[in-house]
Design a protein around this ligand. Sequence first.
Ligand code: HSE
Length: 332
Amino acid sequence: MIRVFAPATSANLNVGFDSLGVALSPLTTAAPPQALFQALSPSIALETAGLGDEVRIEAAEADSFPVTGPYAAEIRGPNIVTRALLRVRELSGRAGNASIELHKGMPVGSGLGSSAASVVAAVMACDEFYGNPLGPDGRIALMGELEAELSGGLHWDNILPCALGGLRLGSSRLPVPAGWVWLVAYPGIRLETKAMRSVLPASVSLREAVERAGGLGLFVDALHRGDGLAAAALMTDHIVEPRRSPMIPGFGSLKEALRGAGALASGISGSGPTVFAVFDDADAAEAGLAAAGAWAAGVAEAANGSAAGAFARLCRVDEAGARVVEPASKER
Ligand code: HSE
């Protein structure tokens, strides 16, 4: 059996709508805050719990497409894994039936790149299974094609970091300040990317376009200079956030609370409802985690009558991206 894991991603990051995204791995450590930050030294391997999807493929007499995992119930009808298998066969001319299981490890419509994780894991697993007929470029092209089918338009800001790892502007990897810790908080409600795009303006003013281009350029420059404070100060958004945030209950109060806790930046992850934040201080990150956890649980309670589906996690950047995992992997 071949198993491929693809991580959660956070797209846009305020400053790079449709172009910037980061792959994330939640920290499992229950260590006190200062230990957490010592552990963020790049020289120390951290234990992380995979937040993402896994696809498992093996030869079978007939094709089958089981869906398992904590979020299996959210997948309705034929899933994208079926399409991935058929397209890899079409493109490569390979044959051979397979059982291909989607282990859905993250919520759909969460703003954490759920569809991208399924697509990336599926394409990579199928390509591995047939002996790599697509190759690296062919894989990425097919991932883009399938993501466009799923979300109604092609934006690469989840696919590329999910497949290749790291913080990416397009396919370029950007350096991440060593002390940054990322927070993601998912409030247990579903928002469809298509609907969240429909609230956006078809065009923006020249002044806004110039401001956006300048902000992204300066952000990339600040990262390359290792100036995390300057980079984080540029992670703002006056175009998308005001239009989407009304669909996220309590967004404004949470943002205030995160700022009060000491977050360097915060905003909507992808098209929401997940909220992200960046910290460079352990106590601030812990305070932000507490505030975001309470917010996520409260929104889920109000919407679903239970906080069970909500979560808040501190993360590090997942520099590896999608990968073949051993059967003994803890990434479940
Ligand atoms: N950049 C896309 C959007 C990402 O915000 O619509 C969707 O996850």
